[in-house]
Design a protein around this ligand. Sequence first.
Ligand code: NAD
Length: 493
Amino acid sequence: MRRHRKARIMTATHRPSAPTIDDTEAIRRLRESFARQQAAFAKDPYPSLAQRQEQLGALAAMMVGNRDRIRRAVSEDFSVHPELFTDLVEVLGVAGRAAYAAEQLANWMTPEARFTDPGLYGSAQAAIRYQPKGVVGNIVPWNFPFDLSVGPLVEMLAAGNRVILKPSEFTPACGELLKEMIAATFDEDRVTVVTGGVDLARAFSQQRWDHLLYTGNPEVGRLIAMEAAKNLVPVTLELGGKCPAVLAPDSVDATSVEQILGTKLIKNGQMCISVDYCLVPRNKIDDFVGLAQTHMAERAPSFSETGDCTGIITERHLDRLIDLLEEARDAGCTIVELEPAAKVDRASRRMPLSLILDPADDLGVMQEEIFGPILVVKPYDSIDEAITHVNEGERPLGLYVFAKDEAVADDVLTRTSSGGACVNTCAVQGALPALGFGGVGTSGNGRHHGIEGFREFSNPRGVVTRGEGDLIQALYPPYGEVAQAVVTAALNG
Ligand code: NAD
């Protein structure tokens, strides 16, 4: 078993260091806002359906109304970022998610009746009533600064909570804009934003939240879970890892390659559900490489010089990717540059896409989440071997299977585990407002999006209302005839 593949996902030595920021004032503001939200929640713990729908409407209007500023801020932080993609995901994706939640909310909030045994409980009624948790924190990473801050805010507000958002120190322009937009849209005791560095992030994870959401790498995820445990704070961890694409022998074709490379080019690979590596039948590796070269030459020529190629978030993150590629080159791996004439552009931090063929398991590209424009291609000899390979690594956030035969796709899905999955495409599981999204094992736990998100940020309170004709007193000591009658009846069916 290649268990060592589990050990090095984003180690401290490989994680780019954060900028140094004096957080004294930000931490003071965090504590003040937290106390204010707690007090407001105590006074008004259950916003009505209409109030929540109004908040969701305001959230959607905030995104659309600030569209130009959002596009500019994302481009500033990434150096280059396609504005249409900002529109699609960061602006309209979030606004659409809010509209969907507003439309579904009456159903989501309706108490769910549960069975009670009439022989014992008479006409009592039982139901799950979804109650706001209270004050919820959201620690956001740099890669989708609005989709991962305001996106989950949709279900947090739908569930009736008060929320403090903390953007990443690596996206200062987006963080400042978010702070301004939220302050202009919501009362501070409903939603607010705190910005700062890692000291603020640590202090944030130490608050006694009613629920904490963290999205980011698994290493910091562990620290967050440990801090939250000290206060018994429930945590949703949206983490990362290495997402595989498994290509069945009948599906090494232009359509599959278009889906895989198209997904990989989104944000130049800086997406948690991007394809990290492909498992390809050994005798089809050359076909796969040829199809990838043709795809890039025909569909995305000089891609890394265009405005559709997102810059790597910082120079340190760029250096990490260059080091991963150089380590593989030094180890003698075959590297296929899919834009042979292109070079890394340090000024804009754009890097061209490369394939690495069959790297050894001890190389960084096999042990760390790549999170950039490098795609590993691993050969396999049987579908069993491909499945074993996936199962020997950590459970991924996303798994993609390409197969014409539905039975083969089902077999791969049944014998592997991942947070989400797609058949014959990639990453769409993260785009649907109605589909719960999250990880499993080291790729995280808990869900946001849709009803699963609403429930994640709610307290599913079990409520019993006593009726008539029950035998509840059978449970009260001293135990005698009534208890005996209940036991006898239960044993006799
Ligand atoms: P990052 O460096 O921006 O860190 C994420 C957040 O953690 C930031 O807000 C940061 O301030 C905070 N943080 C850093 N150190 C901390 C500490 N000691 N205590 C508390 N908070 C701390 O982002 P990143 O981690 O580089 O993000 C990339 C990772 O996130 C990848 O692994 C990716 O797969 C994962 N990711 C997962 C999802 C998902 O939905 N599952 C989405 C996006 C990214």
